[in-house]
Design a protein. Structure first.
Length: 270
């Protein structure tokens, strides 16, 4: 995999990707941060050697290099999900590339369902911890010493300093920021009432189909990361309404304004 990563990096550099401070992964319906980037280079995933190709049509699937709040950023507009049929190694490949490009921080976003009845859809949740219920681990079988140990410590998967800064910024910007536990499931079908009840009972506040693989790989490689969920649907097992993926995307798009402000301010302060 190291050779592949080097080829990917050589290609990106040949296309004008230079020094990068911060990597960003934007989730479903959450591409709006891109509008705030002063874009130098924009490359569709299908053009990048060794990158998987995004198949879900609402993910635009582009890598974007430019400046945001005075910093050089590399942003993934659209990510790879396990439910699309990729292996966990493919899902997390871009994180390894970003780490080898020497990013200092990884900022992640996702759309998630809220099982915490104190919260409302459209609000944000900062991930303090997670539960991995996806059927595979991205470190399984990847014995590459340059990546670090596969027995990666996960006692604090989300960087404490980044989370502290985000909480401080949220209160100074008057943005409600819930803090909680994210559970990653395989998808792509949504959960039944009994499953939401189960997920809530095991200690999760929000549920989604992404983020955890990328966070595991970031931790393995010693890359400080943070993640924010946009809560797109209320998953109360005692009052569950039918939900349409188009509604989830629409809510994500309206709710992402606060996420954009938070990440912009964070990047400015990094
Ligand atoms: N379940 C799983 N993933 C999701 C959900 C959900 O309810 N909402 C947004 N992403």
């Amino acid at each position: 995999m190291l050779t592949a990563i080097q080829e990917t990096i050589d290609f990106l550099k040949s296309r004008g990707v230079g020094q990068v401070d911060t990597g960003i992964i934007l989730g479903t319906g959450l591409g709006g941060l891109i509008d705030h980037i002063d874009i130098t280079v924009e490359i569709p995933y299908e053009d990048i050697p060794h990158f998987p190709v995004s198949t879900v049509e609402f993910h635009k699937g582009k890598l974007i290099y430019g400046t945001l709040a005075g910093k050089n950023v590399l942003a993934m507009q659209g990510r790879f999900h396990y439910y699309e049929g990729y292996s966990m190694q493919e899902v997390t490949y871009p994180v390894r590339v970003m780490k080898f490009l020497e990013i200092k921080h990884l900022l992640i976003s996702n759309a998630a369902g809220s099982m915490n009845t104190d919260w409302k859809k459209g609000e944000l949740m900062l991930l303090d911890d997670h539960i991995n219920l996806q059927p595979a681990n991205p470190l399984r079988g990847v014995n590459v010493p340059e990546f670090g140990s596969i027995f990666t410590d996960m006692s604090a998967p989300y960087d404490k300093a980044l989370n502290q800064q985000l909480e401080t910024l949220a209160s100074s910007l008057d943005i409600p920021l819930n803090v909680g536990v994210y559970v990653a499931v395989e998808g792509p079908s949504l959960e039944t009432r009994a499953e939401y009840r189960f997920l809530r009972n095991i200690g999760a506040d929000a549920v989604g189909m992404s983020t955890v693989p990328e966070v595991i790989v970031a931790n393995q490689m010693g890359l400080p990361c943070c993640a924010i969920s946009v809560l797109t649907d209320d998953c109360d097992p005692d009052n569950l309404q039918p939900v349409d993926i188009a509604d989830i995307i629409a809510i994500a798009q309206t709710a992402e304004k606060d996420l954009i402000r938070l990440y912009q301010e964070l990047i400015k302060n990094l």
